[in-house]
Design a protein around this ligand. Structure first.
Ligand SMILES: NC(=O)c1ccc[n+]([C@@H]2O[C@H](COP(=O)([O-])OP(=O)(O)OC[C@H]3O[C@@H](n4cnc5c(N)ncnc54)[C@H](OP(=O)(O)O)[C@@H]3O)[C@@H](O)[C@H]2O)c1
Length: 278
């Protein structure tokens, strides 16, 4: 566990309804702070989202694998307005044994947990994953098996606390099999399927499950890749996700244009997809 306060080292639409938990509070209001645990907020989309949460005064706890990055991110979030200290807790998405203890440490720090965000994940291009079975195993393991095992631990704790929101980053790549993302997309499709079932199973008990499906986002994950049309910044995707959470959405395409784009891609006849390069 790392105490970072000591060791300073657009447009969204969906199919959901109004939020009913504290984490559904719109970003603009100044109600009591929402208590949020994030895994994957030291970089990229997760960091952008954590910054928005800090700026509205939420109480944050960061889970992550690198103590220095956790401390640095915690100090950054405190400076941006997070309520109280931002604790960093060691948790590698590859180590499922740590999920429960890390979430418990976060819960002990925050008192109660309203919102858990999982944005940690791994990526490899189709070519990289086909050429490197070890990398392929790692990406499939982190983005599917370990992501689900983390959600299971979060689910138990949110329900035990009377309910809350679980927000998880899947991808538009999981909506339909396509040549360039056949492997990565398979993991994200499986994850989204699980999240769908989780919502069906536990919504009545007070668990709200939010699945965010970004398109291409300019982050370290996509560094060096040629951006397709509608590529977005992590800040825009984070704002979209936060708005969707506040509005009680279940599935959030980020940016929103991806909902329409994926509807078209999902409707394409198979022979067209066989010929297409995307
Ligand atoms: N970027 C895109 O185009 C895109 C598109 C669709 C979906 N997504 C999904 O959106 C999520 C966020 O992506 P991003 O682009 O923001 O990624 P990113 O910039 O690479 O950041 C990934 C974050 O996850 C953390 N992380 C990675 N592996 C971890 C591990 N084993 N244990 C703990 N933390 C780990 C990283 O921590 P460290 O600082 O320790 O590395 C970092 O905070 C991912 O689930 C990704 O699949 C991204």
């Amino acid at each position: 566990m790392i105490n970072s306060s000591v060791n300073r080292v657009e447009g969204c639409q969906d199919d959901g309804r109004a939020a009913s938990t504290p984490s559904g509070r719109p970003a603009s209001t100044k109600a009591s702070p929402v208590n949020v645990v994030l895994l994957g907020a030291t970089r990229g989309i997760g960091r952008a989202l954590a910054r928005l949460l800090a700026e509205r005064g939420d109480r944050l706890c960061l889970l992550g694998r690198d103590p220095h990055e956790l401390a640095r991110s915690g100090a950054d979030l405190e400076a941006r307005g997070a309520s109280g200290r931002v604790l960093g807790v060691r948790c590698d998405l590859g180590d499922a044994q740590r999920f429960g203890p890390a979430l418990d440490a976060a819960g002990a720090e925050l008192g109660r947990i309203d919102l858990v965000v999982l944005s940690a994940g791994a990526f490899g291009t189709q070519e990289q994953l086909e050429a490197d079975p070890a990398l392929c195993q790692q990406v499939l393991d982190l983005d599917f098996t370990k992501a689900i095992l983390f959600c299971e631990q979060a689910r138990v704790r949110l329900l035990a606390g009377g309910g809350g929101t679980l927000c998880v980053f899947a991808s538009v790549a999981g909506d339909r099999a396509r040549k360039p993302v056949a492997l990565y997309g398979a993991a994200k499709a499986g994850l989204a399927h699980y999240l769908d079932g989780l919502d069906l199973r536990f919504r009545s008990g007070g668990l709200r499950v939010v699945t965010v499906k970004p398109g291409f986002v300019h982050t370290a994950m996509t560094d060096g890749l040629r951006p397709p049309p509608f590529a977005a910044t992590p800040e825009a995707v984070a704002a979209c996700a936060l708005r969707g959470i506040a509005r009680g959405r279940r599935v959030i395409y980020a940016p929103a244009i991806w909902r329409a784009l994926m509807a078209v891609i999902c409707a394409l006849p198979r022979p067209v997809l066989r010929r297409a390069a995307f």
